[in-house]
Ligand binder design. Structure first.
Ligand code: GUN
Ligand code: FE
Length: 423
């Protein structure tokens, strides 16, 4: 069903972390779901393709959300006076318990998926809850939306609350296999990702079982890493034989050794952990809005970029309030300014080009050749009507900057994901 067509408009995309390509009034060609590149005039061989005319609108690659909790969409903006561990126990775990009820899940997940569909995001890596049926329900809704996503049934067999914790490591393993078997061959655009919540939630025995499941089903992995100082001290207590938090996953081969892996936050990763992240090619999901709300700290993204780490952005709903990845781009720039001003004046703030790159090509790499319009990339594009806030005589770089700081979901007028127009 992948289509061949042409879209016309004012185009912006990242070539790399420093270079933004901007071209006015040009044609972007999609052949069988793959970008053929940008042209000032339609080449003869594509003359017969349908043209969608988005003249005067901005066209960018779809944005990539590397870290978002679907069940937490319901309680955004609550408990923002707490730090991570208290926030989890007071708000997050009691809310996630509600997803044992399918009616509640249906209503909440419909709203989440609908809002995600009409946002600037084309692809996401998503946490559900520990519940199998509602996880499948979420995946069914996402498949219908046309977005491309990874979804993880959460594993947690310790340090939850009475109503939100799996009975044993064996039970957690059984439910995970049940989930994986249920969704086998069920979807084209929705994929499973192994999701140990974080080390404090998973016993060593569960990690061993998950490692076996990862190998058997060749799954990617997602979790949390070095988000909050109290959390890090707790992991040190739970795993006294580790050099760093990352070791507590790496010990069980769940840290990029055998699979594509996303670790959210990495606010406090020390040199040993950063080397491990780099050596294992782990994707860092930088979640600046969440890190502000839960007073977790500021991840030194400038340092990580200079080390050549793989980095994307995450909304981390409901630590983060906003589903919009444009908002995460501006937050990433803003927190990097505070890091430079208050923490380390050798770490220059992120530029627009760098932060936009993180939200597109940076995170896109997790999904393959995604996040650019260069020839050979999967065709993900969003069309933005910036006439609300467009001044005359602004160049494309300036229009993109205003879009990053000022756009709302309603300004995204059309979306294409892997060559399919979803609205
Ligand atoms: N660490 C473990 N679980 C969570 C969660 O749900 N949100 C955030 N931000 N961090 C976590
Ligand atoms: Fe999170």
């Amino acid at each position: 069903m992948k289509k061949s067509f042409i879209i016309k408009g004012d185009i912006c995309y990242s070539k790399n972390s420093n270079e933004l390509i901007t071209v006015k009034d040009s044609y972007l060609i999609c052949k069988d779901g793959i970008s053929m590149g940008i042209f000032k005039q339609i080449p003869e061989e594509y003359n017969n393709l349908e043209v969608y005319d988005f003249s005067n609108k901005l066209i960018t690659p779809g944005l990539i959300d590397l870290h978002v909790h679907a069940p937490q969409y319901t309680f955004r903006g609550l408990g923002m006076d707490l730090e991570l561990l208290d926030w989890l126990n007071t708000y997050t775990f009691p809310e996630e318990y509600k997803y044992s009820n399918l009616k509640y899940s249906q209503k909440s997940y419909e709203k989440f998926v609908n809002d995600l569909k009409f946002s600037a995001t084309t692809r996401a890596s998503i946490f559900s809850t520990l519940h199998v049926s509602s996880t499948v329900l979420l995946m069914d809704l996402l498949e219908k939306s046309g977005l491309i996503t990874y979804v993880g049934k959460v594993n947690m067999d310790r340090n939850g609350i009475e109503t939100l914790q799996e009975e044993s490591s064996e039970e957690s393993e059984l439910r995970t296999v049940e989930w994986l078997e249920k969704i086998k061959d069920r979807y084209q655009r929705t994929f499973p990702i192994l999701t140990p919540r974080f080390t404090p939630s998973c016993t060593d025995d569960l990690m061993i079982r998950l490692s076996k499941i990862q190998k058997k089903y060749t799954l990617p992995v997602q979790s949390h890493l070095s988000e909050n100082k109290g959390e890090i001290a707790w992991v040190k207590q739970l795993c006294p034989d580790t050099r760093c938090y990352g070791d507590s996953y790496d010990k069980y081969h769940l840290f990029g050794e055998n699979s594509n892996t996303i670790m959210a936050h990495c606010v406090w990763s020390d040199e040993i952990e950063r080397k491990l992240l780099k050596n294992r090619g782990v994707f860092i999901a930088h979640c600046p809005n969440s890190n502000l709300n839960l007073a977790s700290g500021i991840a030194p993204i400038r340092k990580y970029l200079s080390e050549g780490q793989k980095i994307g952005l995450g909304s981390d709903i409901a630590g983060g309030i906003h589903l919009s990845l444009f908002k995460q781009i501006s937050d990433a720039i803003q927190v990097s300014k505070m890091y430079w001003r208050l923490v380390d004046d050798t770490c220059k703030p992120l530029t627009i080009e760098e932060a936009f790159y993180l939200a597109t090509l940076g995170g896109g790499e997790f999904f393959g050749k995604v996040g650019s319009f260069d020839k050979g990339f999967e065709f993900d594009a969003i069309v933005i009507d910036d006439s609300d806030y467009k001044h005359e005589n602004l160049n494309l770089n300036q229009r993109l900057e205003r879009t990053i700081y000022m756009s709302e979901a309603r300004h995204v007028t059309h979306k294409f994901v892997s060559g399919i127009k979803i609205f």
